[in-house]
Write a protein that binds this ligand. Structure first.
Ligand code: ATP
Ligand code: LTN
Length: 334
C-alpha cells in the first residue's frame, strides 16, 4: 500500500460538474484508484478568484464530493477532502509565490482567458492561482496529476517552481507529471465548439451538467452547434468541423470505440441520427451516476464524515512537506 505512487487532483466547486469534467478528469481518477494512492479534493480556495455566491460554494462543495463518490471513487480507499480544511495549502502557496516570477504567471492561458471574461475583477488571486495549485500538488509529493488538457500548462509551471526550489534547497519536492485521459481530454462547448466546455459558462446550453435531467441532456445535444456540410467525418485540424469532431469524441469516450469505427458506422447518415445516438449513449452513461448521486446528496452527515476524515489524513501527509519547506527556507520550526 505504502509503495503505491501518489495521485493528486481536484475540481473547483464553481458550478455543477459537467460531462467535460467527468470525461477529462474524474473518469480517469476512478480507473487510477486501483493502482495508486489517490488524494482528490474539492478546490474551494480556487473558486473565489472569480466572484461567487457564498451559499453556492458551500452547497456545491458537497455536491462535488457526492459526485466523486457517485462516479465510483471509493471514500474508504482514497482521501477525499475540502481544500480549505487544510491550511497547509494556503501556507505553502505563500512560500512558493516567492519562488515564482510575474512573467511566468503572465503567460498562463487561463489567466488571460478569465481576466478577459471578468474584466471588472482582475484580482491578484486570479493571477497567482497556479501558485496555489502548485502548492496543492507538491504538499502531497504527488507523482501524477490526472487533469484535462486545459490544466497541463499549470502542471508545467508547478514542475518549474518545484525544480527551482529543489535547485536551491535540495530534494524537497517530488516533480509531478500531468496525466491525460485517452479520450475526452478536451471536450468542447456545445454552443461554441472552438471553446472548452466549462461549468461556469453563462449559457447552460453550452454544457452537459452531470445532474441534468435526461430530457435536458437530449435537448442540449440535439441543439449542439455543428456545420452545414452534413457529413459525419472527424477532421481534427478543420475548425469548421469542431462541433462534429466534439460529438464524435464524446461518443468515442463514452463507448470506448475509436473515432474511425464510429465514423464508419455513420457513413451516409445525417447529423440528426448521430445526435440522437450520442444523446442516448451519454444519458445511459450518466444514469447510474445520477441514481447514486441522488442517494448520497440526501445524506449530508455521511458526506461531512467522509470529508472530515479526509481532512485529517490530508493534514497529516502535508505537514511533513510543509515543515521541511519551512526549515529549508529558514523559519524557526517548533
Ligand atoms: P470553470 O468553468 O469554473 O473554470 P471548469 O469546468 O473549467 O471550471 P475545473 O474545475 O477548472 O472545471 O476543472 C476540473 C477538471 O476538469 C480539470 O482537470 C480540468 O482539466 C477538467 N476539465 C474541465 N473542463 C474540461 C473539458 N471541457 N474537457 C476535458 N476536461 C475538462
Ligand atoms: N485548476 C484546476 C483545479 C485544481 C487542481 C489543483 C487540479 C486546483 N488545484 C491541483 C489538479 C491539481 C482546474 O481544474 N481548474
Amino acid at each position: 500500500m505504502e509503495d503505491k505512487k501518489i495521485i493528486f487532483s481536484g475540481v473547483q466547486p464553481s458550478g455543477t460538474l459537467t460531462f467535460g469534467n467527468y470525461l477529462g478528469a474524474i473518469k480517469n481518477w476512478v480507473e487510477l484508484q486501483k493502482d495508486y494512492r489517490c488524494i482528490y479534493a474539492m478546490m474551494d480556495l480556487h473558486t473565489i478568484t472569480v466572484r461567487q455566491t457564498p451559499a453556492d460554494i458551500r452547497r456545491r462543495t458537497l455536491e462535488v464530493l457526492a459526485l466523486y463518490i457517485a462516479c465510483g471513487i471509493d471514500p474508504e480507499e482514497n482521501i477525499l477532502f475540502i481544500q480549505s480544511h487544510n491550511p497547509a495549502h494556503a501556507e505553502l502557496s505563500w512560500v512558493l509565490g516567492c519562488y515564482t516570477y510575474m512573467g511566468e504567471l503572465q503567460r498562463m492561458t487561463q489567466f488571460k482567458d478569465k481576466s478577459s471574461r471578468h474584466a471588472e475583477n482582475i484580482n491578484a488571486g486570479l493571477f497567482t492561482y497556479p501558485v496555489l495549485m502548485a502548492a496543492d500538488i507538491l504538499l502531497y509529493q504527488a507523482d501524477y496529476v490526472p487533469v484535462g488538457k486545459d490544466q497541463m500548462q499549470h502542471i508545467e509551471i508547478c514542475r518549474d517552481i518545484a525544480q527551482r526550489f529543489n535547485a536551491i534547497y535540495g530534494d524537497v519536492f517530488k516533480i509531478p507529471e500531468g496525466m491525460l485521459p485517452k479520450a475526452g481530454a478536451n471536450i468542447k462547448s456545445l454552443q461554441d465548439p472552438t471553446k472548452k466546455m466549462s461549468k461556469s459558462d453563462s449559457n447552460p446550453k453550452a454544457y452537459i451538467s452531470m445532474t441534468d435531467h435526461p430530457d435536458v441532456i437530449v435537448k442540449k445535444i440535439k441543439s449542439a452547434v455543428t456545420d452545414s456540410e452534413g457529413i459525419i467525418e472527424y477532421r481534427e485540424d478543420d475548425e469548421t468541423k469542431a462541433g462534429i469532431n466534439n460529438l464524435i469524441t464524446i461518443m468515442s469516450a463514452v463507448t470506448k470505440r475509436n473515432t474511425d469505427d464510429i465514423v464508419a458506422d455513420y457513413s451516409g447518415k445525417g447529423y440528426g441520427d448521430f445526435k440522437n445516438d450520442v444523446a442516448e449513449a451519454v444519458v445511459e452513461n450518466i444514469r447510474p451516476i445520477q441514481e447514486e448521486y441522488d442517494k448520497l446528496i440526501a445524506d449530508k452527515a455521511y458526506l461531512m464524515n467522509v470529508c472530515s476524515k479526509g481532512a485529517d489524513a490530508a493534514k497529516r501527509i502535508s505537514q511533513r512537506t510543509l515543515k521541511k519547506v519551512y526549515k529549508k527556507v529558514g523559519f524557526m520550526v517548533e
